[in-house]
Ligand binder design. Sequence first.
Ligand SMILES: Cc1cc2nc3c(=O)[nH]c(=O)nc-3n(C[C@H](O)[C@H](O)[C@H](O)COP(=O)(O)OP(=O)(O)OC[C@H]3O[C@@H](n4cnc5c(N)ncnc54)[C@H](O)[C@@H]3O)c2cc1C
Length: 402
Amino acid sequence: MRTVDVIIVGASLSSAAAAKRLVDAGLETVVLERSRLPRHKICSGILSPRGHRFLLENFGPLPAEVLHQPTSCRGVTFHFPSMVSMPMDFFGGPTPHLHRKFSDYWAIQRSGAEVHDQTSFVGLHDHGDHVMVQAKRNGEPVEYRARQVIGADGPSSPVVRAVYPEYQKSIPWFFVGQKFHEIIECPLDEQYFHFWFHPKLGHYTWSHARDGRQIVGVGFKRGDNFAGKHANVVNYLAEKHGVRLHPHTEDEGCGENFGPSLINRYVFGKGNVLITGQAAGFLNMIGEGMSCALHSGAICGEAVVEARLHNRPMQEMYRKMIASEVQRTTDQWNPLKIAFARPHEADFPAALMALSRRDRVKVLRDMWRFVVLYKEFKWGRQIMRAAMQRSLFGSYSGKLWQ
Ligand SMILES: Cc1cc2nc3c(=O)[nH]c(=O)nc-3n(C[C@H](O)[C@H](O)[C@H](O)COP(=O)(O)OP(=O)(O)OC[C@H]3O[C@@H](n4cnc5c(N)ncnc54)[C@H](O)[C@@H]3O)c2cc1C
C-alpha cells in the first residue's frame, strides 16, 4: 500500500492544474489514470483565450506536437435555420487547436506529479483523518492511503458515484458523437468552430476541420439514434452549405453531463473527497470545458493547500474558493448576463448588432425556437431563479451544491 498526501483520479487538464498547485506546495501527489498514457480524449480541442492563458502561465509555451491542423482557431461561427451566419472572433486573437491526447499528457508531466497510468479507481472509504482508495492495475487490486482525494475524472466520474451514488441518476444525460470525413469540398471556414442553432438537427450540432478531414458532430438526449442524426446533419450541410464529404472513416461518442452549470447544481464532494472539472459540472456555453476544468482544478488544489495550512475544513475552504469559477461558468448561461454583460470570450452582442435589423430579428427568433427544444428538462425557471440571485446578491447560492 502506498501512502501519499493527495490522490487525484484522472490525468486530464483539471487534474494537471490541481496537481501543479499541490506539487508546488510540496505535497506528495499521485495521479491515477485508467488508460495508458498518452491517452485519447474525445474533444474538438478548441481552447478559449482564458484556457490558453492558463496553460502558458502555468505550464509554459505549448510545443508543436500538442496541436492539431489547423494549429489555431479564430473563433466560433453560429449558423441559423434562416441561413444567417455569425462569425465571432475570440477576444485577443486566435487560440491553439489542442490535440488532447498530447496536450493533456504534456500538462500532467509539467505538473510534476507522479502518474500511475493503467490504474483504475474502483472505490474509496473516508475515515475522517485519511481516505483509503481502492484501484486496479492490470486487473490486480492496488490500495492507496491519502489525506485527501480529488475526483478529476470527467463527466461520468466514478469518484462522484462513490461519494453520491444517486447524483448521476438525478441529472439528464446526453450523447455526443462525431464522425470523421475525407473532404471533397467544404466552404465552411476552417479557421472557425461551426455551431448550428437548429432544433431539427439536434441539441448540439457542430462541424470543424481537423488534420485534413472534416468532423461532423451531433449531440442529443441519450437513447436516440446516432447514425440517423448524423446522416441528417451531413445531408443538411450538403444541401444548405455546399459541404461535400466522403462517407465517414471513423466515429466516436460519449455521455455528457450537460446541465449542472446552467442551473448552478454543482457537485463538489464530501469530507476529504473533492470533485473538480467536468466531474463537478463545469461546462461553458457551446460545450467549452477546458478553461473551467483548468481553473476549477487549480482552485481545488489551492483549497487543499489552504485548508491544510490553516487547519480548516476542506469542503468549507473549497466551496468558498470555487465560488468565483462558478460565477464565471454559470454567468455564461445567465440570460441577464448574456443580454447586459459580456460573459463569453467572443463578442456575441457585437456580432448580433453587426447584422441588419431584419437578420437580427431572424436570429433572435431562431434562437428562441432552439431554446424551446430544451423545455422538457425544466431548466427555464431554475436558470431565471439563479439569474435573479446573481443580480440581487452578486453571486450564486451555494445551497444547491452537493
Ligand atoms: C465531442 C466533444 C467535444 C468537445 N470539444 C471541446 C472543445 O472544443 N473545447 C473545450 O474546451 N471543451 C470541449 N469539450 C469538453 C472537454 O473535453 C471537457 O470539458 C474537459 O476535457 C473536461 O476536463 P476534465 O479534466 O474535467 O476531465 P476529462 O477530460 O473528462 O478527463 C477525465 C480523466 O479521468 C480518467 N478516468 C475516468 N475514470 C477513471 C477511473 N475510474 N480511474 C482512473 N481514471 C479515470 C479518464 O480516462 C480521463 O483521462 C468537448 C467534449 C466532447 C465530448
